[in-house]
Write a protein that binds this ligand. Structure first.
Ligand SMILES: Cc1cc2nc3c(=O)[nH]c(=O)nc-3n(C[C@H](O)[C@H](O)[C@H](O)COP(=O)(O)OP(=O)(O)OC[C@H]3O[C@@H](n4cnc5c(N)ncnc54)[C@H](O)[C@@H]3O)c2cc1C
Length: 355
């Protein structure tokens, strides 16, 4: 019989992986939860659909600067993920990437059986949902045959800016992503054209002004129209056929097409977990512990809702700290939790490996 393995080559058995806390989503909030739970001696496994750690930060804007992480005036999204990974290292979290949590079943009080699409089974005393907007997918523009070029020369996100160095780029769209990447990639591209169907933009006015300044200096082109076809070979684009608003056609020679038509956030299986949802897509929580209507299932970060909620990373960090306090009661029902500072607690410092 063939062995079943996960995406990291680990052999799958029918035996459940036992853990104190199962975290769904390895975005910034799921990562910081490992730290807060770890300080309180709770072990974590994390499952994420993506092939990398970091959620939106890693997938959507890895090289963009973030300016509103408390105490850090400036850090790139990837830099933040790296820093969080360094911070949680003492707690040795176990990651299960490229796996989607499909089902959560309550089997104890509280004890949950969680199953992934690969058939991996976990038994966790606490489930912490940090699933962001769910599984997000870029909207594909209606260009016939575009699938052939995806990955090789059509890119819906910029994972490594350097991959675009010296190339002829065609960026399509009028939102923040299209304008931000136009500004970021212009200095390294051999030629860059921004294409939008009209001369009004949804992007921040400051970005639009900066883009127009580059056009004025002859550093990039801005063209009105829509891509109606692509020509090339073996997944490599040679040119895009562009339809002007008057119906006439022309060609733009390019090596890469970057369409930014927004993202479809698909909640995915979260909707089937028997947890109360607000507007069918967010998990309402109390603001004392960020627990859902199911005791033992917590929701932090972009996925949750409460009055005044701000979808910011710093909100998720705060939520993680409070959720951990309540989770401790489920994992260690007989232990009293004593509030401690990392600056002065020898026991916390030992857990962090700094003493
Ligand atoms: C372009 C852009 C710029 C931004 N700039 C800022 C900023 O400057 N400051 C700021 O504070 N915030 C910013 N944000 C918002 C910030 O990125 C989010 O608030 C943050 O990522 C939320 O973190 P999270 O951990 O809750 O979710 P996410 O980062 O969305 O991570 C959730 C993870 O859960 C996984 N997942 C979902 N469902 C499942 C499932 N069923 N099974 C397994 N895995 C699952 C997903 O694959 C994903 O990796 C920005 C967002 C964007 C798009």
């Amino acid at each position: 019989m063939l062995e079943r393995t996960d995406t990291q080559g680990k052999v799958l058995t029918d035996e459940a992986i036992k853990t104190d806390v199962l975290i769904i989503g390895a975005g910034p909030c799921g990562l910081f939860a490992v730290f807060e739970l770890g300080l309180l001696e709770m072990k974590c496994h994390l499952v994420d659909i993506l092939d990398k750690i970091g959620g939106q930060c890693a997938e959507l804007y890895p090289e963009k600067p973030i300016y509103d992480i408390p105490g850090i005036p400036f850090i790139t999204a990837n830099g933040l993920v790296d820093a969080l990974m360094a911070q949680i290292k003492p707690f040795s979290p176990v990651f299960h990437l490229q796996e989607m949590v499909e089902t959560i079943e309550k089997i104890g009080d509280p004890l949950f059986r969680v199953t992934t699409d690969l058939g991996k089974v976990f038994e966790a005393k606490v489930v912490l949902i940090a699933a962001g907007g769910g599984s997000f997918q870029p909207k594909r523009p209606p260009i016939p045959g575009i699938e052939v070029y995806e990955e090789k020369s059509v890119h819906y996100s910029v994972r490594k800016m350097d991959g675009f160095r010296g190339k002829r780029l065609l960026i399509v769209g009028g939102g923040d992503s299209a304008l931000d990447w136009t500004l970021n990639l212009a200095p390294i591209a051999s030629h860059l054209t921004l294409l939008h169907r009209r001369d009004q933009f949804r992007a921040a006015p400051d970005s639009v002004n900066k883009m127009m300044a580059l056009v004025g200096e002859g550093k990039i082109d801005f063209v009105l129209g829509q891509v109606s076809g692509l020509e090339g070979e073996d997944g490599r684009i040679a040119k895009a056929i562009v339809k002007r608003n008057d119906g006439s056609d022309f060609h733009i020679a390019c090596d890469a097409l970057l369409p930014f038509f927004g993202l479809t956030m698909k909640l995915g299986p979260v909707a089937n977990w028997g947890i109360e949802l607000k507007d069918g897509e967010l998990i309402p929580v109390d603001t004392a512990a960020f627990e859902s209507n199911v005791p033992g299932i917590f929701a932090i970060g972009d996925i949750n809702w409460y009055p005044g909620k701000l979808k910011l990373i710093l909100s998720g960090f705060h939520e993680a700290a409070l959720a951990a306090q309540k989770a401790h009661r489920y994992v260690y029902p007989d232990k009293r939790l004593v509030f401690q500072y990392t600056t002065s607690s020898t026991s916390l410092q030992k857990k962090l490996g700094v003493r």
